[in-house]
Design a protein around this ligand. Structure first.
Ligand code: 3HC
Ligand code: NAI
Length: 646
């Protein structure tokens, strides 16, 4: 029978190798096999220690999340961790890659933990809407103290091995071959007295003030798990080990069955499905050594920053010296912002800036493997840019447009080499927003498409394939969202109620506040353009406001009034007067009903997008909304929230 665990021995030390691709997740089969390995090794009197090591890219990545919807099969993970700890021989976890969640809990069942410097450990359960369920909240404070446990468990952030070593979470950092290093460590450890198993170690109690401060720090709107995790750690400091374990398990199982956890799991799998379209499975992406960016405005500078952050040399081109200076300045300010937030050193900023060549002459793009255009949203300007790019770039260079609305087929029409053309739709601010809509033309080659997906990975973005239609996936849904929000106003719902309802649902801002921040004029100009082209675009309430000079915060008011230097929205009498003739007097609507109506509209547009083949999966639409438009991750996206599953 195939087993994921194999055992061999070297002298009196057993080497237990776990091989459960792709990430050695702890499935029921793995739990059974490890349980049996403990028994077999304990039964062999010649063995004095066991090293647990993994095949493949990583140590154990945690419990098998795919099993979370099913009835758990014994042996349960907490029992396995206890079983490892109670074994006759000491176990040593040799960790490469990442030991996450249940993976780190298994490692804590071992008497020792060793890892190379590149390895990471962590308890990321809260990111899946749950808390550790196999002693993470109970053993970690006994191993490394309450503060370390609180940090690890409530943030879910992984920690690099050297820091984990300094904090006592692992016993040694191993340079060179991990197995050989673990063997040497085991031999040395056997020559000394063994430390107590973690469950038998003391744990300190903390005062009320500590827990109060941690509650404030850990609380996250819409998320139950971080505070539950904190409570579990507190229990671990106040109750006997076994009772704290039982309470942790109970809380873990309750959260695992929650809507929040189901949504976060769905997003976890969606994020892993989107970057790997089936059609590109066997296609090798091209290597990108240098990338050109045309236009150094809001988007161009942001895209250049994203490329530099990923280590790619950039040629930034502007239309004249003044515009170039502004573009380079915007880019520098982007990095300054990162310095202020403590995310970048000045030396790193200088290195990033040194990798940017600012030019006004298109000839400098002749060596670029990819050029991304981010000039004004005007077809004639874009076509002129691409004509020059065709003349100056290598014939195989990939040509991409960051257009928001213009049909890329029109932008590239008649230009030679349509197979190398593609839409790469970034979101503002491009160095921060995770979403990248990838918009192939009918002629785009699979190699170019695969390169776009590989670029997204290099930039740590979430790529979603979008078909061609007005606004692609995201902006098309946004248009519907805004129009439905306006229809609520027309029915008599106050502006502030709509915004409050969407904030209550989990968005950082409601639809009207968000428009005030971004500016009402962009969508207005787009509608005007369509009207000028002869399309029948009915007047929106936003048009009325723009007509009165109310373009948002930048003009001191849009849907709301703003005082200079203050971003807090205040209801506007002028808006009330301007809109009064267009609004009916309706009954008030409950916040939940408003949110249900608007999320329903997002999903409804999403279903149309799916039916037209503009998106490949419902979960891709959810990713677009979460990573591009602030939809709350813990609600899973509009499709998931509306019960639409792939
Ligand atoms: N369960 C099931 N499948 C998993 C998994 C898990 N815990 N972790 C990753 N996978 C799958 C992915 O879905 C993907 O599958 P696919 O190839 O079919 O799409 C494959 O493994 C590879 O994953 P990535 O693309 O993410 O690979 P990377 O090499 O980029 O990253 C990783 C590896 C850092 C381990 C990353 O996968 C990760 O962070 N995994 C999740 C870790 C986690 O959250 N663990 C906690 C689980 S909950 C738990 O343990 C509860 C316990 O306390 C009881
Ligand atoms: P912007 O007006 O801030 O920047 C455009 C820049 O292009 C200007 O700096 C201008 O000098 C430069 N430019 C114009 N013609 C040029 C030429 N021939 N050669 C070189 N540079 C030239 O505009 P923004 O907001 O950066 O938008 C750029 C593109 O990105 C548009 O297509 C827009 O639709 C799209 N986009 C915008 C988003 C946003 O939130 N602003 C989001 C996603 C896409």
């Amino acid at each position: 029978m195939n087993t994921p665990v194999s055992i061999r021995s070297q002298g009196d030390i057993a080497i237990v190798t776990l091989d459960n691709p792709p990430v050695n997740a702890i499935s029921a089969a793995v739990r059974k096999a490890l349980w049996q390995a403990v028994e077999e090794i304990d039964a062999d009197p010649n063995l004095r220690a066991a090293i647990l090591i993994c095949q493949g890219r990583t140590f154990i990545a945690g419990a098998d999340v795919r099993e979370f919807g099913q009835t758990p099969e014994p042996p349960h993970l907490p029992d396995l961790v206890d079983h490892l700890e109670a074994a006759r021989v000491p176990w040593i976890a040799a960790i490469h890659g990442t030991a996450l969640g249940g993976g780190f809990e298994i490692a804590m069942g071992c008497r020792f933990r060793v890892a190379p410097p590149q390895a990471k450990i962590g308890l990321p359960e809260v990111t899946l809407g749950i808390i550790p369920g196999a002693s993470g909240t109970v053993r970690t404070p006994r191993l490394a103290g309450v503060e370390v446990a609180v940090d690890l468990v409530t943030t879910g952030k992984p920690m690099a091995a050297p820091k984990a070593h300094a904090l006592g979470l692992i016993d040694a950092v191993i340079e060179g071959d991990l197995e050989a290093g673990a063997m040497a460590f085991a031999t040395e450890a056997l020559s000394k007295a063994l430390p107590a198993p973690i469950s038998a170690r003391p744990v300190s109690t903390m005062g009320e003030a500590f827990w109060e401060a941690q509650r404030t720090r850990a609380a996250k709107p819409g998320h139950r798990a971080p505070l539950e995790a904190l409570t579990a750690i507190r229990r671990a400091t106040e109750l006997p080990f076994a009772q704290a374990m039982a309470a942790e398990r109970e809380s873990f199982l309750a959260l695992r069955a929650s809507d929040e956890a189901a949504a976060l799991r769905a997003v976890f799998f969606a994020e892993r499905a989107a970057p790997r379209p089936e059609a590109l499975r066997d296609v090798t992406p091209r290597k990108l050594a240098q990338v050109g960016v045309v236009g150094g405005g809001t988007m161009g500078a942001g895209i250049a920053a994203a490329l530099r952050n990923a280590g790619l040399p950039v040629v930034l081109i502007e239309r004249d010296a003044d515009a170039l200076e502004r573009g380079i300045d915007t880019l520098r300010r982007t990095f300054e912002g990162a310095i202020k937030r403590g995310k970048l050193t000045e030396a790193a900023r200088d290195a990033l800036m040194a990798g940017v060549t600012g030019v006004t002459d298109y000839a400098a793009l002749s060596d670029c493997d990819l050029v991304i255009e981010a000039v004004f949203e005007k077809l004639s300007v874009k076509r002129e840019v691409f004509e020059r790019l065709v003349a100056q770039c290598r014939p195989d260079a990939i040509l991409a447009t960051n257009t928001s609305y213009i049909d890329p087929r029109e932008i590239f029409e008649g230009l030679p080499g349509a197979e190398r053309c593609i839409g790469l739709h970034f979101f503002s601010p491009a160095q921060i927003m995770k979403l990248l809509e990838i918009v192939p033309l009918p002629e785009t080659s699979t190699e170019v498409l695969a390169t776009a997906f590989a670029l997204a990975k290099q930039l740590s973005k979430v790529p979603v394939r979008a078909g061609i239609c007005e606004g692609f996936i995201g902006n098309r849904i946004l248009k519907r969202y805004r129009s439905e929000a306006e229809s609520l106003l027309r029915a008599g719902v106050p502006i502030a109620d709509v915004d409050a309802a969407m904030r209550g649902y989990g968005f950082r801002m409601g639809p009207f506040e968000a428009q005030d921040l971004g500016g009402l004029d962009i969508a207005y100009l787009q509608r005007e353009g369509a009207r000028a082209a002869g399309q029948d675009v009915p007047e929106t309430l936003g048009d009325i406001l723009v007509g009165a000079g109310r373009k948002g915060q930048k003009t001191g008011g849009g849907w709301y009034d703003y005082s200079q230097g203050d971003r807090s929205p205040r209801p506007s009498e002028q808006v009330a007067e301007l809109l009064a003739p267009h609004l009916s007097k309706g009954a008030p609507m409950a916040e939940a009903e408003i949110a249900e109506h608007l999320v329903g509209a997002l999903a409804d547009e999403g279903r149309a997008i799916l039916a037209e083949g503009i998106a490949d999966r419902a979960s891709d639409i959810d990713l677009v909304e979460i990573h591009g438009y602030g939809f709350p991750r813990w609600k899973g996206g509009p499709m998931f929230a509306s019960g639409h599953r792939d």
